[in-house]
Ligand binder design. Structure first.
Ligand SMILES: *Cc1c(COP(=O)(O)O)cnc(C)c1O
Length: 438
């Protein structure tokens, strides 16, 4: 790793200013736990400004929240960013267009499930969910059924932190129960039964079908995370439920939104989680790994039915247009990241990491306080029978030279696909240490 230039701020001063002025995710102000200062990152390693618990470099077990699938400071992505920077970093998208956006949209249409043909590029996952919801509500308004404006989902989900996404996050135990009186009241099915290979439970399938049938008159769309529920609890379910929902939605004239912001781009072992079930949603959101973790960008894709419906309405436009929509720099890196992914044997890499996680995390199952250990694709989860002591668990992992960020009762990892076997083993050892001490 090249030695980066010395940071202008001494670490102590940086942390004092951070504490005084800077909000961190889901944090109080001022923060209670001192964050680690990252100076640079390359490959799968974060380099700290000063050692923490004996480690100066940490193997990143989080891919910066699902996004850095190729690792950091990747020459191909750096080159794409630098080349685009020399042309233009940004230009407005109203009345103008550019090659990075057009190439990216065409590429997304090509690799996502058959039938998704139109692409709205936005600046974050939550916004792409807002756009998906707006598309669906506007579709029904445009075709003369404005009363269809509720959303249906299942419990245990997470769809982002802005208003509409919050309303379809798990209403209990999630981060959003604070707002339960203020948010639009959506319709919740029970959480899907656990287990990727569990088969579809007929009683649960009937529960889903029944809820869709009874509320179809008021429901615009069903929105779910396919196969893996991420920040709502890191739970896996049988892909058969996607087919159940697809059929029920078709039968009762309800749209289906798949939020693939976490699951997209190979993480679950298929390029998109919908591919496990062979279905096409009416609307699909992608984000997180879209730019390989370089820049903030997300996309909402839809079918011609949805786009045509909106365009036939009395207001025939989709009234949405973020300032940084289709940002050329992000789009250029996204194109390069997708090309890089498809040029690698990503399926074998994800499988290899999954095998390493399964081997390395097996030991955790025997630890006191561990309720469950599960692995799917390149995702490994250790669930405790109590709330994780985040400070203690983080300390234990950092001592092993690994970065993980537990939440609730979960210590979990989704390493970059380029993580070597020895590093996967170290991540597992660190997760076990965190489970022991957290
Ligand atoms: C992270 C996430 C979001 C929100 O994306 P942001 O870019 O953080 O706004 C939405 N849905 C799912 C499934 C996610 O994992």
């Amino acid at each position: 790793m090249p030695e980066p230039a010395a940071p202008a701020l001494p670490v102590g001063e940086l942390l004092a200013l951070d504490r005084q002025h800077v909000w961190h995710p889901y944090g109080p102000m001022p923060g209670r736990q001192e964050p680690l200062v990252v100076e640079s990152a390359a490959g799968v390693r974060l380099r700290l400004a000063e050692p923490a618990h004996g480690s100066r470099e940490l193997i990143d077990g989080m891919s910066s929240w699902w996004s850095a699938v190729h690792g950091y400071n990747h020459p191909v992505l750096n080159e794409a960013a630098q080349a685009q920077l020399g042309r233009m970093s940004h230009v407005m998208f109203g009345g103008l267009t550019h090659e990075p956006a057009v190439r990216l949209a065409a590429r997304l249409v090509e690799i996502t499930p058959e039938g998704l043909e139109h692409v709205f590029l936005s600046d974050s996952g939550s916004v792409s969910v807002e756009v998906a919801v707006k598309m669906c509500l506007q579709y029904w308004r445009s075709v003369g059924r404005p009363e269809k404006r509720r959303l249906m989902t299942w419990r245990g989900g997470y769809h982002g932190d802005t208003w509409q996404p919050m309303a379809v996050c798990d209403p209990d135990g999630g981060m959003h129960e604070l707002w339960s009186g203020a948010l639009p009241r959506q319709l919740f099915a029970d959480a899907p039964p656990d287990g990727f290979d569990a088969g579809t439970d007929p009683a649960y399938a009937a529960h889903l079908r029944d809820l869709v049938a009874r509320h179809a008159h008021e429901v615009a769309a069903v929105i779910i995370e396919p196969v893996v529920q991420g920040a709502g609890g890191m739970r896996f379910h049988d892909p058969g439920y996607l087919r159940v929902l697809r059929e029920a939605c078709d039968e009762h004239d309800v749209l289906l939104i798949l939020d693939e912001i976490a699951t997209g781009f190979g993480r679950t072992g298929e390029l998109f989680a919908a591919d496990h079930a062979g279905i096409t949603p009416d609307v699909m959101c992608v984000g997180k790994a879209l730019t390989g973790g370089y820049l903030s960008m997300a996309a909402t894709l839809c079918t011609p039915r949805v786009a045509d419906g909106i365009s036939r309405g009395e207001v025939p436009v989709l009234a949405h247009g973020p300032t940084f929509m289709a940002n050329p720099l992000a789009a250029a890196v996204a194109c390069a990241s997708i090309d890089l992914l498809l040029s690698r044997d990503w399926r074998t890499e994800v499988k290899r990491i999954g095998t390493g996680l399964r081997d390395g995390l097996a030991a955790a199952a025997a630890l006191p306080g561990v309720r469950d250990v599960r692995v799917l694709g390149a995702i490994g989860v250790v669930q405790l029978d109590h709330e994780v002591d985040v400070a203690a668990a983080t300390r234990a992992a950092v001592r092993e030279g690994v970065w993980v960020r537990p939440f609730r009762d979960l210590i979990y990892t989704m390493p970059p696909y380029v993580t070597e076997d020895e590093d996967v083993a170290r991540i597992c050892a660190a997760v076990c240490a965190a489970a022991r001490e957290g």
